[in-house]
Design a protein around this ligand. Structure first.
Ligand code: ADP
Length: 181
């Protein structure tokens, strides 16, 4: 989940004394938790890497109609339009002096993973102002969270605490009442 990735990256953002504005709504999507964690790790990792000390990160997830929107925003170094056009290319790094570590592979992988999940990724960035990545992921419709077949109720359950769980297990309740009621 995004929360877990933030915990994993804590040493990086705490050293830079970044403040984090976190606003996460729970959602379920169909896909790979491992792959999506790679996405969050890359985007949040970059937001930290390209922020100055004392900067601010904003991380939000909000449910749209059939999709969930995740917004990862920093007020760091930002990018020119030319740079923005190349960031998804393999091995591209805007900083030719390579003063920042990394291989320039992260965002090309991010783009692939989002495509595999039939989502979209969008960038807004301004040099010396900051960068915002917006991800739009198809969400599992909420009416599927609980459903009934015959006289059995089924609940889709997430593999971990909210948010961004991958659905992993299906529990069967043989009662004739919805388990959440
Ligand atoms: P890496 O981070 O390993 O260099 P990425 O593919 O993740 O490779 O990113 C490619 C390039 O895009 C980075 O080198 C950097 O120039 C630019 N970039 C990515 N994210 C940001 C960001 N949040 N702010 C400014 N520049 C960024």
């Amino acid at each position: 989940s995004i929360r877990e990735v933030l915990i994993m990256l804590e040493n990086k953002w705490s050293v830079k004394k970044l403040s984090i504005d976190l606003e996460l709504q729970d959602f379920l999507y169909l896909g790979s938790k491992e792959m999506m964690e790679e996405v969050w790790n890359n985007l949040i990792g970059n937001a930290i890497k390209f922020s100055d000390s004392g900067g601010q990160l904003k991380i939000k997830s909000l449910k749209n109609k059939n999709t969930v929107i995740v917004i990862i925003s920093d007020n760091g170094i930002g990018m020119t339009k030319e740079t923005q056009e190349k960031i998804y290319d393999k091995f591209f790094q805007a900083d030719t002096s390579h003063s920042q570590d990394g291989a320039g592979l992260g965002l090309s992988i991010v783009k692939r993973i989002i495509a595999v999940h039939q989502g979209k990724i969008h960038i807004d960035s301004e040099l010396n102002k900051g960068t915002t990545f917006t991800i739009d992921l198809p969400m599992l419709p909420e009416f599927l969270y609980h459903f009934k077949i015959g006289n059995k109720y089924y609940s889709l359950q997430s593999s971990s605490d909210s948010p961004q769980p991958l659905l992993l297990s299906l529990t069967v309740h043989t009662s004739t009442h919805r388990p959440d009621q």
